[in-house]
Design a protein around this ligand. Structure first.
Ligand SMILES: [Zn+2]
Length: 460
């Protein structure tokens, strides 16, 4: 089998960003500072102008806010093709309706949806995205490869999670039998995806994680085998958990345990695990997450759209649980903007707990370093520090936004600002609000074509 490795493409050798407001997440903010990038890594962050460096490309960031690139820790890129449907449904209604359509997906649909979804994410300041793909109808091409190719085209750092479901309706699960796989097929395909695509290097552009879909669509045996496989290969584990009260009731009925008790028994809490949502947690669950180092991907827009509830972010942070943000699939969070999730997270917590519940700086940390911790990459990305990878967002906070006294407040409290530049490993992915690694219009059209192809299949 051909080994495909996705290493960082060449960027400009030396890059100097100066005159911008620098918010490094770790370390002091400076109102007019610089960031120096050499060979794809940050080598200096400081106040005032940068030193003279021969041959450097200089970016004048006057009127801009310079932050780490955002890190997205939960997504289902294929859902770009089913946005705008089931607008008033609960999670289980929405899933039941969607599975019927998703059953028709193939590699072309996944590639088009992922290309559009990742391009859109880049335009909202995201430099690293995970994805959780768990629908693999038989005989429809290599769906995992299709999204890997899309991530390469857009140029984002990528952490695709090989998902799975083996518990269809006939086994008491929620998905129809035609979209689930058997356990052996899942394990073999996951091992093959790791062999072919996973790159553990420091500057890796692609790491694979292992991610059975959810306790209500996956057998106990597969949950156990998936954890064993991930841990044997040194990979991270991910799944959906405690998203709705319906889920807790179903889990209690089927296993006699709450979702967190059930997964704890299966060995699914630990520093190598992060869960999507984790909304309906009991106090002892928050403590267990903190003690075990288990992370949470908070997806407030999706949770709001589906009426699922609001995660206990304030309690989780107070307990020391790693919390990052996720846009979740675009079918439950249309036109997903990762910067928008910082705002949504802040507003939800304040609506519940008052205006001091979450600050703009904490929201930025959730969207950057918190996400990096979820993905196990906090030593490489998530803050602007010498030695880290040059994944950097340069936001335009001039013009109308200049009236806001604090540029970080303009970013987090307001609608997503345009990007002057988005760098991944020092390479320009977005400049002047336009995608530069691929044709933005083509990416948009691929997303529309993916929707048309999938819905056409469904109507047959
Ligand atoms: Zn999800």
């Amino acid at each position: 089998m051909r080994v495909l490795r996705s290493r960082e493409p060449e960027g400009v050798a030396v890059l100097v960003i100066e005159n911008g407001y620098v918010a490094p997440v770790v370390g002091a903010e400076v109102a007019s500072g610089h960031v120096v990038v050499e060979s794809g890594r940050i080598t200096a962050v400081g106040a005032g102008p940068a030193p003279d460096l021969a041959g450097a490309e200089r970016i004048d960031a006057a009127g801009c806010l310079v932050t780490p690139g955002l890190v997205n820790t939960h997504h289902h890129l294929y859902q770009w093709a089913t946005q705008g449907l089931f607008q008033e449904s609960t999670l289980f209604e929405w899933l039941t309706g969607s599975y019927r359509i998703w059953a028709g997906m193939d590699a072309e649909v996944v590639h088009g949806a992922a290309a559009a979804g990742l391009a859109w994410l880049a335009l909202s300041g995201c430099t690293t995205s995970s994805d959780h793909h768990y629908v693999f109808p038989a005989g429809r091409g290599d769906l995992f490869e299709a999204e890997v190719l899309a991530a390469r085209e857009v140029g984002l750092r990528f952490q695709p999670c090989r998902g799975s479901m083996d518990r269809g309706e006939s086994q008491g699960g929620l998905p129809p039998d035609e979209v689930v796989e058997d356990r052996d097929t899942v394990l073999a395909a996951t091992a093959a995806a790791i062999d072919r695509f996973h790159d553990p290097a420091f500057d890796s552009m692609l790491r694979v994680s292992v991610a059975p879909c959810s306790p209500f669509s996956v057998s106990e045996g597969l949950m156990l085998d998936a954890a064993e496989l991930a841990r044997a290969r040194g990979l991270r584990l991910h799944t959906h958990l405690a998203e709705t009260l319906d889920e807790e009731e179903l889990c209690l009925r089927q296993t006699g345990r709450t979702p967190v008790d059930y997964l704890d028994e299966l060995g699914w809490l630990g520093p190598d695990v992060w869960f999507a949502h984790a909304i309906h947690l009991h106090d002892k669950d928050v403590r267990r997450f903190a003690e075990s180092g288990t992370g949470v991907a908070h997806c407030p827009s999706s949770n709001g759209r589906l009426g699922a509830g609001v995660a206990r972010v304030v309690d989780l942070l107070a307990a020391g649980v790693p919390v990052g943000l996720g846009v979740d699939g675009a079918a439950s969070s249309e036109l997903t903007s990762l910067a928008g999730e910082m705002r949504q997270a802040l507003l939800f917590q304040r609506a519940l707990h008052g205006p001091a519940a979450l600050t703009a700086r904490q929201a930025l940390e959730l969207g950057t370093l918190g996400g990096a911790r979820n993905l196990g990459r906090e030593n490489e990305i998530g803050s602007l520090e010498p030695g880290k990878l040059a994944d950097i967002a340069i936001w335009r906070v001039d013009g109308f936004r200049d009236a806001v006294a604090d540029p970080l407040c303009a970013l987090v409290f307001g609608p997503t600002p345009p990007l002057a530049r988005l760098l991944v490993g020092g390479r320009t992915v977005v400049a002047d609000g336009e995608l530069r690694t691929a044709n933005q219009e083509v990416m948009a059209r691929l997303g529309v074509a993916a929707r048309d192809r999938l819905l056409r299949h469904e109507s047959r």
